[in-house]
Design a protein around this ligand. Sequence first.
Ligand code: SF4
Length: 209
Amino acid sequence: MNENIVKRNQLLWQTVIRGLQSRNMSGYYAENRDEALKIALSLIPEGSTVTMGGGMSVHEIGLVNALKSGNYNFVDRDAWEDKRAAALQAYDADVFLASCNAITEDGVLVNIDGNANRVSAIAFGPKKVVFIVGMNKVCKDVDGAMKRARNVAAPTNAQRFGLSTPCSKTGACLNCKSPDTICCQFLITRFSRFADRIHVILVNDTLGF
Ligand code: SF4
């Protein structure tokens, strides 16, 4: 990553974490992926049931491999034939892992979902939600975060999953209502009712899209 971006992130992360704390959420800062992995594992007690709803960033710091090889009950939905049954496991899990499509400088999380299993589990169910978030996801405000989610994250995911949407052909959102749209549900997380439920690990790296 460009050294000036690294410095920008080093200046910005404390603002984001203060914003999270003001919203009853916990924030952590990792200078790199290895540090992020250590922090994540410190938040997940051994023996926990852990699920996730996609999230490239979770894979990119090595957390999925660490959980699979460790003393955890990791529900690997890719290994389940019945995807609905696998997704339903999330609602009573100890820990749900996710990334976000964007986060504002003052700690608001923005997520878009097609099937809604991810955003619904973030909103309610699992006892603890741990986000892995690259500093590339930090946006000025909710408007900027929504624009990022719809013009960067969603088109990239649509291409990744081979969906037939306008954005998978143009690379930008055309506000479609196509059957394949992944923009069915928008979740804006501006406050956590429960303390110690939502934990956000900011990583000084480019993670996910
Ligand atoms: S609304 Fe449609 S075109 Fe826009 S990002 Fe979502 S899927 Fe793509």
